[in-house]
Design a protein around this ligand. Structure first.
Ligand code: GEK
Ligand code: PPY
Length: 245
């Protein structure tokens, strides 16, 4: 996605008190810059979601992009789809995000249509789908709601359909966890964030972005009825899995 937005300075001034991280207008305005400078491998995961769309999206089916933010994944999927009769349902519960997403992705002649829906993805059901993306979204869903969401996604998938699950993960081995976090912070510093920005945002994300281990994700996907849950991408503590029905 083009980074034609402002630079992210959300956590650059010292704060007396750090409130919980929210996807409000201030974040939506700088989001492409923020996520690109914060998530190692973000551009690759988004672009490759388009490659997976070309391979796995079936004719006359729906694609759900859950937690679509400004629509970067939806755009990649739209560019990737090679079959007729599809629709992309791009869902987010942040009105600020959706408003800008709709502006950035106007309908295009002959392209797969994208419907923008403001909804809580834990309250939805899914139908006739061949591809679902949860690109860095499940990590914001309360732990106790994650299984039911994945079960509903699995139930709505057609045979051969896929879920792409991209997440920040934690590591069981404390030394590896420390190393991965250190490397992630080095990535942020290399992208121009200073130590104050890194530490204030880290506090804001506490108990909001809740990472789990790769093993936990894989076992939950299997419990939800997926036949396979395979790692296809990793950069430091950020991974992407492809789960197949
Ligand atoms: N319950 C919920 N229902 C709907 N949306 C939600 C919910 N909880 C959080 N969100 C939304 O999930 C998105 C997560 S960002 C996804 C990036 C995108 N996938 C991208 O490919 O650029 C990842 C990040 O910021 O690290 C935000 O827009 C939230 O409003
Ligand atoms: O910034 C971080 O530390 C993250 O883990 C990723 C992120 C990116 C954008 C919004 C919230 C979290």
């Amino acid at each position: 996605m083009k980074r034609n937005t402002e630079q992210d300075r959300v956590y650059s001034d010292p704060r007396e008190q750090i409130d919980k991280f929210v996807f409000d207008q201030q974040v939506a305005r700088v989001f492409p810059d923020m996520i690109g400078r914060s998530v190692p491998g973000y551009d690759s995961v988004i672009n490759l979601s388009g490659v997976l769309a070309a391979q796995y999206v079936q004719p006359d089916t729906l694609c759900y992009d859950l937690g679509c933010s400004l629509g970067a994944t939806s755009l990649a999927i739209r560019n990737g789809i090679r079959v007729p009769g599809c629709r992309i349902i791009a869902v987010d519960n942040s009105p600020a995000m959706l408003e800008q997403a709709a502006k950035r992705l106007p309908a295009a002649d002959g392209a797969t249509p994208i419907d923008f829906v403001c909804a809580d993805i834990t309250r939805m059901t899914f139908q006739n789908t061949s591809m679902v993306t949860l690109n860095f979204t499940l990590q914001f869903i309360p732990l106790e709601e994650r299984s039911a969401l994945l079960q509903r996604i699995q139930a709505g998938l057609r045979p051969g359909g896929i879920l792409i699950l991209s997440e920040k993960i934690r590591f069981e081995d404390p030394e590896e966890e420390q190393l991965q976090i250190e490397m992630h912070h080095a990535f942020k510093r290399a992208n121009g964030y200073n130590d104050l920005e890194i530490s204030q945002k880290r506090s804001a994300l506490e108990n909001v972005l809740i990472p789990e281990s790769l093993a936990r994700h894989q076992s939950r996907l299997k419990q939800a009825g997926f036949r396979r849950a395979d790692l296809w991408f990793q950069c430091f503590n950020f991974v992407s899995l492809v789960a197949r029905k």
